[in-house]
Design a protein. Structure first.
Length: 161
């Protein structure tokens, strides 16, 4: 039959008591430490994810502002080129106008010089012709009438050319 040995009963009883004592004094503190450690690790992971997300947002903002700055600098360069081209065109137009004015002035001056030279030449030619006529004729009939007649002749010849 079954005889129970009291030793077996006390061994089982001691094991159960030992299990509850270990559970209360060993497993609970270890579980609490492990839960705290898990919470700490999870907090660090959450913090790292948050910082990673913030860094990504900052990176996107930086890239957007960099792109905007590049577009703005390209626009500034384009505007500067346009202003330079306009200024270049204005300078060229002014230079052309000045050159045209100088050419017109030179033509006027040359025309005036030619006319003055022609008058001077006519006057000298008239004086030489008068001197030659006086020598041929030997006397001067009327200096003024001869000069007027010679001027009319030279004016007629000058207009034929």
């Amino acid at each position: 039959m079954l005889t129970l040995n009291w030793n077996v009963f006390w061994i089982v009883f001691n094991l159960i008591v030992l299990f509850f004592l270990l559970k209360i004094f060993l497993f609970k503190p270890i579980k609490n430490i492990m839960d705290k450690r898990t919470e700490l690790i999870q907090g660090e992971i959450d913090s790292a994810e948050t910082k990673n997300r913030e860094a990504g947002e900052l990176k996107d903002k930086y890239e957007a502002s960099l792109s905007s700055a590049k577009e703005e600098s390209a626009q500034i360069v384009s505007n500067a080129k346009d202003r330079a081209n306009v200024q270049y065109d204005q300078i060229v137009d002014k230079a052309n106008a000045d050159a045209k004015q100088i050419m017109e002035q030179a033509h006027k001056t040359a025309e005036l010089d030619r006319e003055q030279l022609m008058r001077s030449a006519q006057s000298e030619l008239a004086d030489v012709a008068m001197a030659a006529a006086v020598k041929l004729i030997g006397e001067s009939v009327n200096d003024e009438s001869n000069r007027a007649m010679l001027d009319r002749y030279l004016a007629g010849e000058g207009s034929d050319r």
